[in-house]
Write a protein that binds this ligand. Structure first.
Ligand code: ATP
Ligand code: MG
Length: 297
């Protein structure tokens, strides 16, 4: 994709500062028609998937930078499909994917970042978080009674707990950035109507029934509370070193294109050069070549 178009596309959705951020300014139906020709978007996506694969092959041997992509969304917004599609060309050996579910007893016995820290990508790897530490300021904020299962000392649970958690998340991500982890955060933004349509499809199509869970309907009833929590979370944690992308997700193709282009842009910005070989290694390479030749036929 042409550089100038890519920048325009990503700038449209990229949030790097919280000031004035409003979710209602972001249309889940947007497909950036003034920038992207609808006919071309599938070809662009295919090219993006291929490019990402090349970039991962550069990232890996350097074993220095890592990339962490965090996916957050309401149910049926397409997290799984996006991850599957965007990463489909990438060597699985260079990728670490983690899906975070409701925490179990061992996880609840620790601070909330503990399980996240254990799953951070190694240097050279791309890490994908399907849900993340943000659940702690989303689902837990919407269902405050979940806090009780976390066994925090009562005197530490104040009205400021969400503000404090957001501060801690922002500090954690700054630390990661300073350690050489490129942090990208994607909120796949669907509308309640589109969610309803997708839920109905899951109910109607036996092949999709497995994707449906009864609790999804219950969560839907808290839509506005979730949106408030998302807005607060994005506003408090959007920075240039750990930007949010509010990705319109009513169109699956468009969402995938935005995600893949954001990953490409971030890795290209690292300006990694092919590793090549240092001089002493080159000599060894020649020696190896000779030994193989000496083995004869
Ligand atoms: P899908 O439904 O597409 O398979 P999913 O990510 O929704 O994927 P589920 O197993 O349905 O997977 O849901 C995981 C659940 O775990 C979500 O309801 C999420 O809110 C919850 N969860 C994740 N992290 C936490 C957390 N820290 N505290 C409480 N609940 C959490
Ligand atoms: Mg689910």
């Amino acid at each position: 994709m042409k550089q100038s178009l890519k920048t325009q596309l990503l700038d449209r959705y990229r949030i790097t500062a919280g000031k004035g951020f409003r979710l209602k300014d972001h249309d889940p139906d947007d497909i950036a028609e003034s920038i992207i020709d609808k006919q071309e978007s599938q070809a662009l996506l295919a090219a993006g998937v291929a490019r990402l694969s090349e970039l991962q092959e550069l990232l890996y041997p350097h074993a220095s930078w890592s990339v962490l992509c965090i996916f957050q969304a309401m149910d049926a917004a397409g997290k799984d499909g996006t991850i599957k599609h965007v990463m489909s060309g990438v060597n699985p050996q260079g990728v670490q994917v983690t899906s975070f579910k409701a925490p179990g007893p061992e996880e609840l016995a620790h601070d909330f970042l503990w399980r996240v820290a254990r799953r951070l990508p190694e240097r050279g790897f791309i890490g994908i978080f399907n849900r993340s530490h943000y659940e702690e300021v989303l689902v837990v904020r919407v269902h405050e009674d979940m806090l009780r299962t976390q066994r925090l000392p009562p005197e530490l649970v104040s009205k400021k707990i969400w503000e404090h958690r957001l501060e801690d998340i922002a500090a954690f991500e700054r630390y990661l950035a300073r350690q050489g982890t490129v942090v990208l955060k994607f909120f796949l933004n669907i509308s309640p109507d589109e969610q309803k349509r997708r839920f109905t499809e899951r109910l109607d199509d036996p092949n999709k029934n497995w994707k449906f869970s009864a609790s999804d309907i219950a969560e839907r009833a808290h839509w506005d509370a979730y949106m408030e929590a998302y807005e607060a979370a994005i506003a408090a944690t959007a920075t240039p070193h750990a930007p949010w992308f509010v990705v319109p997700a009513n169109s699956k193709w468009h969402a995938r294109l935005v995600v893949v282009e954001a990953m490409i842009e971030a890795i290209e910005a690292l300006n990694l050069q092919p590793m090549g070989m240092q001089a002493p290694d080159r000599i060894r390479l020649e020696e190896a070549r000779q030994k193989l030749a000496e083995e004869g036929a």
